[in-house]
Design a protein around this ligand. Structure first.
Ligand code: ADP
Ligand code: MG
Length: 321
């Protein structure tokens, strides 16, 4: 299997300085926040790669760079071998962009309230000059809604139904890749499972590849083939799902599992483990996790661990074995 998505040393820094005048008066230096740092992973075609991590760990920033909504500060995202931000081949970039769609967390904010559902779903195809005859009706039925819903407005639907409309819209341009950023986090627990099942079914049916972003371990366990765990903008562990759940190797991943309340159903959210998330503007030296790590040694304060193979996983920890 070749990688459909290749993320290479991806880094994104935000300038979070105060306005110039404040800086001069208060004698403050410029401030930079590294939201994503040196992240590399690959997603084979027709698989689901999940990124998990606490709020602020850089998940959404990676998602936006993968779909090309945000430029990397350094590193690259390649889709089908085309570098989205830096390729000189405009035709190739346009072709590849048409193959990627994104679904966001908030199905209320992401649908234009003044448009009928038909226009919302057809728009990505209409702007390309494609054929929209019967498209909205067909897609609505595919996501478990009714063809007549095409004539309604978003406010006539529940949260779960709206997310189905977002999914229908994402499917309209026949993408190969969908980046899903917390697609069920805003939904009631009972509705989450239905939407996730729908997404699984659609993946099978259309041969889709998902980059699935979540702070919820249960959702990830349900959906993912491979899981990447983020901490403060860095990938700290990556493993096939069953391996990660059976043998979490990074002390941070172990802490996540220990903190997660054991539940059979949904709601096994990532409870921020003990200790505070460090300030991303002034991250700790060496391994960013060392101030919270129960097994940290002197080397962890000094030297940043690189990702290395441990068993069937990749782990960025000097001590993992
Ligand atoms: P997550 O999706 O995991 O919650 P984000 O990718 O949204 O994390 O954010 C990662 C870090 O980057 C956070 O510290 C956040 O405050 C910061 N950040 C995200 N977007 C911006 C921005 N546009 N400007 C400044 N800081 C940002
Ligand atoms: Mg986010």
């Amino acid at each position: 299997m070749s990688a459909l998505i290749s993320v290479k040393n991806l880094t994104r820094v935000f300038d979070v300085s105060k306005p110039w005048l404040n800086r001069v008066i208060e004698r403050l230096p410029k401030a930079h926040l590294t939201a994503v740092s040196d992240v590399s992973f690959e997603v084979p075609e027709r698989s689901v790669y999940a990124l998990v991590g606490e709020s602020g760990s850089g998940k959404s920033t990676i998602g936006k760079m993968v779909v090309g909504l945000l430029r990397p500060s350094s590193g690259a995202v390649e889709i089908e071998g085309v570098d989205l931000a830096n390729s000189a081949d405009a035709a190739a970039v346009a072709r590849v962009r048409a193959d990627i769609q994104m679904i966001f967390q908030d199905p209320f904010a992401s649908l234009n309230p003044r448009w009928r559902v038909r226009s919302i779903i057809e728009e990505p195809v209409a702007v390309q000059g494609g054929d929209t005859q019967g498209l909205a009706e067909r897609l609505l039925e595919q996501v478990g809604l009714a063809a007549v819903d095409a004539d309604k407005y978003p406010h006539e639907f529940s949260g779960g139904q709206r997310q189905r409309i977002c999914i229908a819209r994402a499917l309209a341009s026949e993408p190969r890749v969908i980046v899903c950023d917390e697609p069920t986090s805003a939904l009631d627990v009972s509705v989450q499972a239905q939407v996730l099942n729908l997404m699984s079914d659609l993946r099978e049916e259309f041969g889709l590849t998902y980059l699935f972003i979540s702070h919820d371990l249960t959702v990830v366990q349900h959906m993912a083939d491979v899981i990447g765990v983020l901490y403060l903008g860095r990938l700290v562990e990556e493993a096939p799902r069953d391996e990660l759940f059976a043998t979490p190797r990074h002390p941070y991943t172990q802490m996540l599992f220990a903190a997660a309340p054991r539940m059979d159903g949904f709601g096994r959210e990532i409870v921020p483990p003990k200790g505070e998330i460090p300030d991303p503007i002034n991250p700790p030296s060496g391994c960013a996790f060392h101030p919270r790590c129960p097994i940290a040694v002197e080397r962890c304060r000094r030297e940043r661990p690189e990702m290395r193979a441990v068993g069937g996983a990749r782990v960025a920890c000097h001590l993992a074995q």
